[in-house]
Design a protein. Structure first.
Length: 433
């Protein structure tokens, strides 16, 4: 099966949603190998395509925080897929928040030049689902860019993407997601007691100004490949709380999709919602559900639990000290959390470790942290984890081991934790109660 066939399968699922069937896709936005492997295992079980997205700050032409450029990402994904037993052609790669987000301290001309290069590199590397996000202000924007400027910049990036697709002679052409009401990547910083749902008028205006901007650049023929609109359906999370989806509040926005033919809504920050919320969102045409921090949160939970088991079995002196190593790495290089978390102790300490926004996810590829994980796995691979300790620290895995469904190998125990998240999204997107 070719990439074009898998993309068409994704589009068929979105068409089913447009026609009223409560199904959809979930898009995995993470670069953590264990979280990705869990999602791939789930996709293989489901026999459905998997969408995996990289964000502009994770993967860009300068390496991003993962150290990967766009053309590094596909072989990275291929290695994980091979381990998971999932055919690579069952994965659709997407680029999330592609725009000037990483260069907002530059003037708009310079920032957009880098953004054009970014988008072209993504398309050239085989990414087929492109989220054009130009909603942020650059250094010379005297105020937040208005709708027309945002749309013009998005069309400019789309034009660059199409040039890259032409140069590559791609049979599978990129599809696009637009939208200016983009939640803060990775969760909110402030309390989330009340979330303003996108109004129908706002959604329609976003579509209108973007359609016009595309036409002005001679991209009317590309417009049918705009498949989704990012809106705020009233879901969000911050460090310690989750704002649940309220169908009543989103009802008018859901109905407005009748006036937006060919489109579905894409919902960001859907992490940590309850299963019934996911089913309701799909019913209401939020057909693309983004998940990221919740997957890496689950991985962190399992790794820290294994670290506690390790200390019980081997003693602190012979252990990896993973939790302490993570704390030291975050304190030594605070840029990824300092502006997000309070700086007063002890609150800052537990935020660094346990926050829903999971800023610790930026540190797993630090050499000292990745080495501690390797040591943790090595230490626990050399001993059988006693069932009572599994029950204490990893109760879901304990039950699965007792049922004979799971081997108590450390790596498998971590992936199982992330699978609990992937399976909730999977069940909802397949219409399973």
């Amino acid at each position: 099966m070719a990439a074009e066939d898998t993309l068409n399968e994704v589009l068929d699922i979105l068409t089913e949603n447009q026609r009223g069937r409560p199904v959809g896709i979930y898009s995995v936005c993470t670069a953590h190998p264990l979280a990705l492997e869990a999602a791939m295992i789930q996709a293989k079980r489901d026999q459905r395509p998997l969408v995996v997205e990289a964000t502009a700050n994770q993967v860009n032409q300068f390496g991003g925080y993962t150290g990967m450029r766009p053309d590094d990402f596909l072989p990275f994904i291929a290695r994980i897929a091979d381990h998971a037993g999932l055919s690579l052609d069952r994965i659709v790669l997407g680029g999330d928040h592609l725009g000037p987000v990483c260069w907002t301290r530059d003037k708009s001309d310079a920032a957009m030049a880098k953004a054009r290069d970014l988008v072209m590199r993504y398309v050239d590397a085989g990414f087929l689902k492109i989220h054009l996000d130009t909603s942020m202000a650059c250094a010379d924007d005297t105020e937040h860019p208005g709708d027309a400027i945002v749309a013009e910049r998005a069309a400019e990036l789309c034009e660059a993407a199409e040039r890259a697709a032409d140069a590559r002679r791609m049979s599978a052409r990129p599809v696009y997601v637009i939208g200016t009401e983009v939640p803060a990547p990775g969760g909110a910083r402030d309390p989330v007691e009340k979330i303003a749902v996108t109004t129908p008028d706002r959604a329609k205006r976003t579509i209108d100004v973007h359609r016009t901007a595309f036409a002005d650049r001679g991209l009317s023929g590309v417009w049918p490949r705009v498949i989704g609109l990012v809106v705020q359906p009233g879901v969000e999370f911050n460090h310690s709380s989750v704002h649940a989806y309220d169908p009543g509040s989103a009802g008018k926005l859901s109905q407005a999709l009748n006036d937006l033919p060919g489109l579905v809504y894409e919902a960001h920050s859907t992490d940590y919602q309850r299963p019934e919320s996911y089913r309701a969102m799909l019913r209401d045409h939020f057909a693309i559900l983004k998940v990221g921090p919740q997957l890496t949160f689950a991985v962190r939970e399992a790794l820290f639990a294994l670290s506690a088991i390790e200390a019980e079995l081997l003693g602190e002196s012979a252990s990896s000290g993973l939790r302490a190593v993570c704390e030291q790495a975050m304190r030594h290089s605070p840029a990824q959390w300092m502006s997000h978390y309070p700086q007063q102790e002890p609150q800052a300490r537990w935020y660094r470790r346990y926050s829903y926004s999971d800023r610790i996810r930026y540190y797993w590829n630090c050499p000292e942290v990745s080495e501690a994980v390797k040591q943790l796995f090595s230490n626990l691979s050399g001993t059988r984890i006693p069932l009572p300790l599994l029950s204490q620290y990893l109760p879901f895995q304990y039950q699965a081991v007792r049922r004979g469904e799971l081997a108590p190998a450390p790596r498998d125990l971590v992936i199982y934790q992330a699978l609990q998240v992937a399976s909730r999204y999977s069940n909802a997107c397949r219409g399973i109660a």
